[in-house]
Design a protein. Structure first.
Length: 106
């Protein structure tokens, strides 16, 4: 665990429990943790994989090359459109709501 990430997460008031759960999940996946752009960033072999980020109404895992993921259940939301002039896959995010407000599956 990166102490800088711990420091930033300790100041989080709205998404503290959710950040802790997502952080444990990322670390259990064998990813390396660093603080980048003021957010917890997880990489594999030096390549950025995912960020944990809090928004007003939800927190999310932001996958750097999420458009390349197999999303057969349709749980990822695209955060921007592909830009043909850039050799970069669009990011995708998995939205997470507060544990007490989590939408129920039917």
């Amino acid at each position: 665990m990166d102490p800088l990430v711990s420091k930033v997460h300790s100041k989080e008031k709205r998404w503290g429990a959710e950040f802790d759960a997502l952080r444990r999940l990322c670390l259990a996946s064998g990813l390396n943790e660093k603080l980048k752009w003021g957010q917890a960033c997880y990489d594999l072999n030096g390549g950025n994989v995912v960020l944990i980020h809090g928004f007003k109404d939800y927190c999310a895992l932001l996958f750097m090359k999420g458009a390349l993921l197999n999303d057969s259940e349709g749980i990822l939301a695209t955060s921007r459109r592909p830009q043909p002039s850039r050799n970069q896959a669009p990011r995708c995010k998995r939205r997470m709501w507060q544990i007490t407000r989590c939408p129920r599956s039917s």
